[in-house]
Design a protein around this ligand. Structure first.
Ligand SMILES: Cc1cc2nc3c(=O)[nH]c(=O)nc-3n(C[C@H](O)[C@H](O)[C@H](O)COP(=O)(O)O)c2cc1C
Length: 182
């Protein structure tokens, strides 16, 4: 058999070895319940794709309620998500596959419909350069600190659920990116 490099294990600097260099990229499939609770459709989706790839990364999960960006999105915003997140991690950790929970806040890339009447938040009150974008309100300094803690709490929840790691979603125009690129 050809000695393909991408099928060889890769050891991260923290000492964790990934069985191969294939990762399933995060893809939001909007299969959660309205409050972000995991559905059996969702666990089945990841379970079907686990076992071969070295690593699976979930679609983004919001770290707090104002961070929700899509209907049917995964949530890591509350302790009571732990049982569902545990089922999800177990469905993903098949064979050698590592399970990674992607965590984020959508910031201004959400809207008052998804946020059930609340205004979206961002680094400032500048709306996204997208058709139909709503004007966000600027997070206060205290809220920025709280948001950082929400990322920390979501990470702890992921650890408690049995995930092998988290990915901070700092791209694709969401909250983290909004702080350095308007
Ligand atoms: C339906 C769909 C949902 C996606 N959801 C996410 C997501 O939740 N988080 C993320 O970081 N990227 C997301 N992406 C981006 C993909 O992970 C990937 O980076 C992108 O599709 C580029 O890879 P490709 O050229 O192979 O499609 C999504 C892409 C698609 C098509």
């Amino acid at each position: 058999m050809t000695n393909y490099q991408f099928l060889k294990p890769y050891t991260l600097r923290n000492g964790v070895t990934i069985a191969n260099r294939i990762a399933m990229s995060p893809m939001t499939e909007q299969s959660s319940f309205e409050d972000g609770t995991i559905t059996s459709d969702e666990t089945a989706y990841y379970n079907l794709r686990a076992g071969g790839v070295g690593m699976q990364i979930t679609g983004c999960a919001n770290v707090n309620d104002l961070g929700k960006g899509f209907e049917g999105e995964l949530s890591a915003a509350h302790e009571d998500m732990l049982p569902g997140l545990t089922k999800l991690a177990n469905a993903m950790k098949v064979g050698h596959t590592k399970a990674i929970l992607q965590i984020f806040s959508a910031g201004r890339m959400s809207n008052s419909k998804i946020l059930r009447g609340e205004q979206s938040v961002s680094a400032g009150n500048v709306q996204a350069d997208r058709p139909g974008a709503e004007q966000p309100r600027a997070l206060s300094t205290a809220e920025v600190e709280e948001t950082i803690m929400d990322f920390a709490k979501a990470t702890q929840l992921a650890i408690d659920a049995g995930f092998d790691g988290v990915e901070l979603h700092g791209a694709n125009t969401y909250l983290i990116q909004q702080f350095f690129s308007h």
